[in-house]
Design a protein. Sequence first.
Length: 268
Amino acid sequence: MSVVTRFAPSPTGRLHMGHAYSAIRAHDFARERGGRFLLRIEDIDGTRSRPEHVATIIEDLRWLGLKWDGDVLFQSARLDIYAAALERLHEMGLLYRCYCTRAEIAEALSAPHGAVAVYPGTCRHAPERDAPHCWRLDMAAAVPRCGDLSWTDHGRTVANAALAQGDVVLARKDAPASYHLAVTVDDAAQGVTDVVRGRDLFEATHVHRVLQALLELPVPRWWHHDLLTGEDGARLAKRHGAPTLAAMREVGVDGGEVAAKLRAGLRG
């Protein structure tokens, strides 16, 4: 089977070195195996995604010397596909309406629920009413229908419903599909065989594995890598003031040299 990887940023801001590190890992993983590297723009969040960020992402990747195969896939053009997947889960009786506000959810999650804070199912058996709502997956009903939920990630891992963040949202009040649903459907549609991404998304894989089983989708291999950190050991992120790739480009930094240093760090 030919290897297919992808880099799937959200155009809600500019890329930084952490993104570059992950993109290079996914790109090189495919190229070293004679495979394909895809670019997907996860612009499902219409309230925060910006066209100017899409253009900057493409410029940043080219600056790093990365080339992708085929056309760029935009999630905003696939809303009907996600709606069909959501309807299939609805027909299976695995979805319920959640009317909780952000404040109510925050209050519920602040209560002790064990090692992992999960949505406590406040609306699981609530009467349906004509009010704004999101759709949640009834994890307790879903998992028994899934069968084997193991996956490969530097070894064998078994999905844990407790780590699956409880009854996750699959469609929000202001968006037709959540990250969990869209990424699972898209990886299958694009034939992704190996998901190379940061360890901060490891817990999300428990959810994605459940959705793959329910929707009868192929199961890729995962390679969750360590996150790029600064000299203080903290993860590089926008909210921590990490420099953006665009800012580096604008002051004349050589993207090829940046990529070479990141690759040297991988070998080291």
